[in-house]
Design a protein around this ligand. Structure first.
Ligand SMILES: [Ca+2]
Ligand SMILES: [Ca+2]
Ligand SMILES: [Ca+2]
Ligand SMILES: [Ca+2]
Length: 345
């Protein structure tokens, strides 16, 4: 059952569409009366039905302004009233902004006598036109071959990761895949990163790393970050932050996430990019606002995307082990259990 107290200050906003509709119907039914009145008063002006559209727009603008409250104003779950259905009830009114908890990431630099990280979070559809592996299909299995290393940008051309000439145009802007879910009383903000090339102990084409933020009663409590095949949970208060955004490090090659910073390329939550002690051929000192992909209908500032394919084949001929392009099948994030059923923090 909903408690009336929970919704007291929101009842005005939540009933706006219905009340506006009723008001417009009432005004419209009085159209004849208004016009007679104006005529009697000597005013040479007729109110036309289209005028009610203007009134409706003005009312909605005013309501949008006065209802622009905290994005996270979602009433707490009570007995018989789960966070999920509370959230469902309000999803049309209180859009969630992934940007709120977007991270600043720092990547491996040239410490330990290497070049540092070579590929960064980007769209898995950054190049949909070049059949790089020559199998007659343009698909995500061409990603490693089409990837232009050490580069961040939206219109890149150059050599591919496996030596192919004339790759591009590639959209290698910073990108994140966002999904909102629930566990217990927590609202869970899931951030999934895609990397075309993972070259660590177990080399693979395609890589996914994630961090999730657990929000309780509108405030972040925990962050869980992926590290290889396990997760590490840290209290929100103890992680490094930049203007309230989490600051996370990314291990070289494996893209395992961690709470301490790295010495190389930095992508700020704003999309500002700096090379630092890393290697970056394209993108240094530029800003590419994060491309946030989400198919959740209550999320603001995001772009929808096609959830396809469901299987990514992690093998690639480039790798000495795991060299079958269509070997090592892995589920796409959206068909993994944790997508809709994340673990408790
Ligand atoms: Ca290094
Ligand atoms: Ca292909
Ligand atoms: Ca491939
Ligand atoms: Ca493959």
């Amino acid at each position: 059952m909903k408690s009336s107290n929970d919704f007291k200050d929101q009842s005005y906003c939540s009933t706006i569409p219905v009340r506006h509709k009723n008001l417009i119907i009432a005004l419209y039914s009085l159209l004849g009366f208004f016009n007679k009145f104006l005529k009697k008063a000597g005013v040479k002006y007729d109110i036309k039905p289209s005028h009610f559209l203007y009134i409706l727009i003005l009312l909605h603008l005013f309501a949008a302004f006065s209802c622009k409250k905290e994005e996270f104003l979602i009433p707490k779950a009570e007995e018989g009233n789960t966070q999920e259905n509370v959230y469902q009830d309000h999803q049309d009114i209180y859009a969630i902004s992934p940007f709120k908890f977007l991270a600043t990431l720092t990547f491996d630099g040239r410490d330990n006598f290497d070049n540092g990280e070579s590929n960064f979070p980007q769209s898995f559809t950054f190049n949909t036109t070049q059949d790089a592996n020559g199998d007659g299909v343009n698909d995500v299995e061409d990603n490693l071959e089409n990837l232009i290393n050490y580069s961040i940008g939206n219109n890149l051309y150059g050599y591919g990761r496996t030596g192919l000439k004339n790759r591009g145009s590639n959209d290698q802007r910073p990108a994140v895949y966002f999904h909102l879910s629930n566990v217990g009383s927590y609202l869970v903000y899931e951030f999934w990163f895609y990397y075309p090339d993972n070259h660590w102990l177990n080399d693979h084409e395609h890589d996914r790393d994630t961090y999730v933020v657990y929000v309780l009663n509108n405030s972040p409590k925990y962050i869980k970050i992926s590290s290889h095949n396990s997760f590490q949970t840290v209290s929100w208060s103890s992680i490094l932050k930049e203007n309230g955004h989490p600051k996370l490090g990314v291990d070289g090659g494996s893209h395992a996430m961690k709470t301490n910073s790295e010495d190389g390329v930095k992508i700020r939550y704003t999309g500002q990019i700096s090379r630092n002690n890393g290697t970056l051929l394209n993108g240094n000192n530029k800003t590419f606002p994060w491309k946030i992909y989400s198919n959740d209908n209550n999320v603001s500032g995001a772009t929808s995307y096609r959830q396809f394919p469901n299987i990514f084949y992690y093998g690639d001929p480039e790798y000495s082990t795991n060299s079958n392009e269509y070997g090592s099948p892995n589920d796409a994030p959206w068909i993994r259990t944790e997508w809709n059923n994340p673990p408790m923090p």
